[in-house]
Each structure stands twice: as C-alpha cells, then as structure tokens.
Design a protein around this ligand. Structure first.
Ligand code: COA
Length: 320
C-alpha cells in the first residue's frame, strides 16, 4: 500500500512586496535580485500567522478532496516558523478544523518538510491502521529574517500549502530522503539560548543566516543526484516524468537541475517569481497551483523535490 494525493490547497498572504518595494527600504536592486534568483515579488504576512495560513490551505485541500475533517487520522505540518513552541501548529489546525480523530504533530525539516511529511504518511499507511492524512507545509519566514541583511531577506516569502493523502494501491511510487547535519551551519537560525536562574544569558534573538554559495553548491549537486537515484530505483526514465515540482529557491538551481537531468525547462513549473522561497510551503503551494490549472491528469508521473536547512533533501515519484 502507498499514499495517494487526492486534493490540494494553498494560501498566500494578501500583502505583496515587489523587488522595487525592497529597493526603497534597503540597499538592493530589482536587477540584482532578479538576475541572481529569478524572484520578482513575494507575499509577506501582515494579518496572517503560520497557523491561520495553514488552516486556510487545509480547508481548501479538504474541499478539493471532498473529505470531511473527521475522516483524517493524521495531520503532519512541516514548519520552522510555528506561532508557538507548543502546542504544535498541527494541533492548532486539528482544533480549527474539528479533525477530532487525527493524531497531529509538527516536523522540522525546513524546505524538505512537505516531502518528509509525505514520507511519514506513507509509512503510517503501510503500518495498516491509518487511512487519510493531511500534509501541510506552512511558513512565516519573514519574522525570522534580519531585514538589515539584504543577502537573505530578499529571498524568502510567506505562505502555506496542503495536500490530503489517502491509503491506496497507487500513488507514491518511490521516495528518497536524506540529511547531512554536519553541514547544518550553512543555513541556520538559533532558538532561545539556555537561560534560567543558574545561567545568565543575555544573547539577542537570532535571525536566519546563510552561506548562499555553499547552499547553492549543495542544491545543484544533491537534488539531481537524489532524483536520479529515485528514478533508477523505480526503473522510470526522466523522459517519462511529466513535471518536476522542485522547491522554489532559485531559478538558477532549477535550471541547473533540468540540465543535469537532460530535461527541458518546460517540465519544471515555477512560481518563485511571484512567491520567493516559502521553505516547507514551496512545493505544496506550487503543486496546488498546477493542479488547479488542470495540468495534472490521472496516471501522470510527477516528481516532487525539496531541499534546504539541516541540510535535508527529499524527493518523491508519484503517479497522479
Ligand atoms: N542586493 C544587492 N547586492 C547584494 C544583495 C542584494 N540583495 N545580497 C548580496 N549582495 C552583494 C553582496 O554583498 C556581494 O557584494 P560584494 O561582492 O561587494 O561583497 C555581492 O552581492 C555578491 O554576493 P554573493 O553572496 O557572492 O552572491 P551570489 O552570486 O553567491 O548570490 C545568492 C547570492 C544567495 C543569490 C546565491 O548564493 C544563492 O542563490 N544561493 C542559494 C540560496 C538558497 O537557495 N537558499 C535557500 C535554500 S532552501
């Protein structure tokens, strides 16, 4: 048995920030951002929170899947920007949806969060006692950026994407996941320091820091390798894949992956121009967009791939 996606949904904040808007508040240019990354604008939360966006994406996915929240027995949320340390975003979503029969928890796999969540659903389904799951990637990374650090804050956006998956004979054909904690420092954000009556600690709040070139090198090498390995294991040629739905970090990374897989750019849908990098939200938001555009037909083979902090990476070959 495997996991099949039966509905998708997404939510983006209403406030849009263009590269030109950023030019007015920091030393950057539309030309620099666009030529280095392909990003033209991003949605930034003003009224929204990670939970509110995730709940809306989840409602849309449930409606799309014609599934009642009470049918869910698992809710997994990939996020590194939850509103509270606890309870988890997943438990807050469970409450908002009335998904009273679900087990709910968050996972931290950064931009691979949605892919790791799919892997968890797949494993739970294989165990035999779970039937329907809601997998969400939701982020408000704007609150974790140093808005004085032009090398990171221009890259990211906020948003949430969700998929309803069910236990099925068909769906996920193959998956590859990996982590390399030894390289974790190239993209990181510290949590609160130890601070209690026995340790005095006045360390200021930390923000996202990144060695962009190291992350770039990691992505252009690991992502095509992981996808190739997965396709080989499944005995599926890249030519048989209709779309490669990759994490939307940078157009140059996507073009490089396309080249290494010898596949045309048209097979790599993008929304990073409008959305920037939504971390765990990136893959499910894009998946929802292409699904709602009618670009996916039953039986199509598609590849989903995420990669990011950890370092982590994950890909899935799916029969739609
Ligand atoms: N606007 C204008 N100039 C900027 C800038 C900005 N927003 N950000 C950085 N710069 C400047 C730097 O200060 C540097 O100036 P200097 O040469 O005078 O020191 C110059 O641009 C080049 O910086 P560099 O970091 O070498 O640029 P780059 O060509 O490596 O591109 C990234 C930077 C971040 C776009 C690129 O490394 C990248 O895409 N990495 C992957 C990041 C990623 O995808 N992260 C998420 C993974 S989930």
């Amino acid at each position: 048995m495997t996991a099949r996606i039966i509905g998708t949904g997404s939510y983006l904040p209403s406030h849009v920030v263009s590269n030109q808007d950023l030019e007015k508040i920091m030393d950057t240019t539309d030309e620099w951002i666009r030529s280095r990354t392909g990003i033209e604008q991003r949605h930034i939360a003003v009224e929204e929170t990670t939970t509110s966006m995730a709940v809306e994406a989840a409602r849309r996915a449930l409606e799309n899947a014609q599934t009642d929240a009470k049918e869910l027995d698992l809710i997994v949320v990939g996020t590194v920007s939850s509103d509270r340390h606890f309870p988890s975003t997943a438990c807050e979503i469970q409450s908002a949806l009335g998904a009273v029969n679900a087990v709910a928890f968050d996972i931290n796999a950064a931009c691979s969060g949605f892919l790791f969540g799919l892997g968890i659903a797949n494993a739970y389904f294989a165990s035999g006692s779970f039937q329907k799951a809601l997998i969400i990637g939701a982020e408000t990374l704007s609150k974790m950026m140093d808005w004085n650090d032009r090398s990171t804050c221009v890259l990211f956006g906020d948003g949430a994407g969700a998929a309803v998956v069910e236990r099925s004979e068909e769906g996920i054909i193959s998956m590859v996941q990996g982590s390399d904690g030894a390289r974790g420092n190239v993209l990181s954000c510290h949590n609160r320091p130890v601070n209690n009556p026995f340790v005095k600690n006045d360390t200021a709040l930390d923000y996202t820091s990144m060695n962009g070139q190291e992350v770039y090198k990691f992505a252009v090498r690991t992502v095509p390798e992981a996808i190739s390995k997965m396709l080989k294991e499944a005995n599926v040629s890249p030519d048989e894949v209709k779309y490669f739905v990759l994490h939307q970090a940078n157009i140059r990374i996507i073009e490089s992956v396309a080249k290494r897989l010898s596949q045309p750019a048209e097979k790599f849908p993008t929304n990073l121009q409008r959305c920037g990098n939504i971390s765990a939200g990136s893959v499910p938001v894009l998946l929802d967009e292409i699904h709602r555009k009618g670009m996916l037909q039953k039986g199509d083979k598609i590849v989903l791939a995420g990669f990011g902090a950890g370092l982590t990476w994950g890909s899935a070959l799916i029969s739609w």
